[in-house]
Design a protein around this ligand. Sequence first.
Ligand SMILES: *Cc1c(COP(=O)(O)O)cnc(C)c1O
Length: 647
Amino acid sequence: MGAESHKAKNNLEKGDWSIESSEKYYGLKNWGKGHFKIDGDGFLKVHPLLDSKGIRIFDIIKEAKSKGYDLPLTIRIQDLLQTRVKELNETFLDAIKQEGYSGSYQGVFPIKVNQMREVLEEILEAGEAYNYGLECGSKPELMIALAHHKNLNSLIICNGYKDDTFIRLALYGNRIGKSVFLVVEQLSEIQRIIRISKELGIQPKIGFRIKLSTVGEGKWARSSGEEAKFGLTSPEIVDAAKNLEEAGLANSLELIHFHVGSQVPNIQTIKRATVEATRYYCELASMGFPMKYLDLGGGLGVDYDGSMSNFESSMNYTLKEYARDVVYNIQAICKEASVTCPDIITESGRSVVASHSLLITEVCDKISKHSIKPNFNKDQQVPIVESFISILKNDYSASPLERYHDAIQKKEEADNLFNLGYLKLKDKGLVDAIFWKICQDVVLFYQEAKIQPEEMDSLKTMMADQYVCNFSVFQSLIDHWACDQLFPIAPIHRLNEQPTVNTTLVDITCDSEGRIASFVDSEDERSLLRLHEMNSDEPYYLGFFLMGAYQDIMGDLHNLFGRVNEVHVFLEDDEEDGFYIEDSIPGFSVNEVLKLTQYDGQMLSRKLKKQIDRATKEDQIKPREGTRILDEYLQVLKSQTYLSESN
Ligand SMILES: *Cc1c(COP(=O)(O)O)cnc(C)c1O
């Protein structure tokens, strides 16, 4: 081996690895934004308040397990939620102060991003001082909003398609003193609102959603632009405004709304959309409507990969820049048009809730091409095996890449021989094992080399171990499967040890799509994640981070795994480890997922019992064994769907 490989090997020495190396490799500082740090013993800690108070995630798992909540486990850090709500509001207040802006900020939380009651309650509590309100897009969400919203100085914004019942509910809200805005998504809603408000004798509060010509970038860009399914075009706005005037409801129109799509990666999109919408606002104000609010919708991004770029899973701006740009642009246009500045509403969901929740799973197995070492003796072997042994021993002093190319050629030959019946299974086994050993040698050689032959990318992926994780991509990481969204993933312990295994991750569903082979990296996307060698004497835990937005509710029941166990964690100074678990919510049991597909646990066990009785009668089993089988079947109905630890 040459000097290059010697150096590469040195880089892998354990002594070189430090906690800082882990911090850098897993990008904790980039996507963690000060909330995730490694302590002196290599454990990952979450710092909900961005100060020195941290909680070891490992300790949370221990505590949850002692209460009977096994992995996979969703952990909600409630104090982190508070921090995010405060940050959003304070940042807007700062920007308003800095710019000498005459309006105020009146944010609302879009319920669809995380509907969990405990999440909503925490957000409302943290937002109370800022008059932070709620946004809803369906009847059930409005039902939640009407009941949970108490602060009459905060708003409820109703987006989405609306039927009569939806509109009546919203108007009842106004009747009991709330400010509930009906945002008109399509022209037909105008007549509906006019009719129902007349019927009930309740004056509506109305907003128009504008179909901007500004189109966003990113995965959810279709929410805006002239082909979007939501919003009114400019002629429709003129028409709708006229309808309101004719109905004597001109003074109901106070709000303009737009939404360019979720996870907007580029600040230029936000600026352009804000300018365009403010023009609409000023025009309607000049026409004499009592305009008061400009609602910018959602779209404020989350830097999932920590790259601070306009890459789809990232964002090239900060919250501070977002707030300042919005405030500045609205003010500039209103000044030009001599219109009083509106109160600013945003409906940021993702940015508020993504970071508070993480999923912990255990790596329960690994699938490896090099777990079986080639085992051969010096005796005569068939020629193809001889050739492989010769490449392995490197009889011809070839370079690693040359050996790899030779091995590929011979592998093709061997596969052909086997298919034609000229190679025995025993020899094929040997050939494949040697082939993978050669590939592995080549991968190791180039591991830390500065210049990588292009072929290494696919070879590395092929040779990587697959770590089998006890969870379902379809339940817990749906956006990764559905639209390739990246989420940060890192071990939550052993971070003072060097990770030496190149891996991709697979879940326990029987679906080949249940896998993860793209990972965050601050410069590019990685196709492999370096993790630690598994030890037989301790479990290996992986954390999936920034999971709090959308994933909870969009996850599905593929393979009938369903919801995972969940614990809600609060900081607590009086506790030795700095936290306590307030709420624990059990994941779905087998019986529950069966019910969701119209099976009934009792019915199933009766059916099985009949068959056991038959087998007993026919003397296939003894009665006592039959009862034991039935008992265990009944036990399983009550148990969790994911792999349990005794297995
Ligand atoms: C989904 C949605 C939001 C939330 O968007 P985020 O990008 O999560 O902030 C806000 N407003 C409307 C109308 C939406 O449809």
